[in-house]
Design a protein around this ligand. Structure first.
Ligand SMILES: [Zn+2]
Length: 176
């Protein structure tokens, strides 16, 4: 066997188009799945993670929603549309529509941000240590699209004692 033939077999030539197809295939097979509870069906469903570019999120969200939900911002206290709102329904992620909180879990914490005692299901959120602003807090994110929702604290009402302190801008409300 001649040397050039071996080399061709080991490293086949890739044209630009082929390279991008390979990349797409890798992206497709790597798509992460998560279990999300659906309030509509009442069961956990397997869903693909929602991943979008900043440009795509900007096209979908208002400037304020983008700054808070995609860039970890915080709305000023007592300014959010759900702070003093007590309609009956379900709060969902502004970015991907994942069910997050039932109105039954909302309570007046007096902090100026919409506060909830528990999520619709632990699968629908994830938490991460946030060491910004000289504090150690537990950041709350949407489990499906990683939107920044707010923080969770241990000074909530019994029995769980949790206070999910959310940004109105990261939520949408669906009346039931
Ligand atoms: Zn989401």
């Amino acid at each position: 066997m001649c040397f050039p033939c071996i080399e061709e077999k080991v490293t086949p030539l890739l044209f630009p188009g082929e390279v991008s197809r390979v990349a797409e295939k890798v992206t497709g097979t790597m798509r992460k799945m998560v279990l999300i509870y659906s309030a509509q069906t009442g069961v956990l469903e397997e869903r693909g993670k929602v991943v979008k570019s900043d440009a795509e999120w900007r096209a979908q969200l208002s400037n304020e929603e983008f700054r808070i939900a995609r860039k970890g911002g915080t709305e000023p206290a007592f300014t959010g549309k759900f702070n003093d709102f007590y309609g009956r329904g379900i709060y969902r992620c502004i970015c991907c529509g994942t069910d997050l909180f039932f109105s039954e879990s909302k309570f007046d914490s007096g902090t100026g941000w919409p506060s909830f005692s528990s999520p619709v299901d632990p699968h629908n959120i994830r938490t991460k240590i946030d060491r910004s602003l000289g504090m150690v807090r537990n950041e709350v994110l949407c489990a499906r699209c990683d939107a920044h929702l707010g923080h969770v604290f241990d000074d909530g009402p019994p029995p769980a004692g949790k206070r999910y302190c959310m940004n109105s801008a990261s939520l949408e409300f669906l009346p039931l």
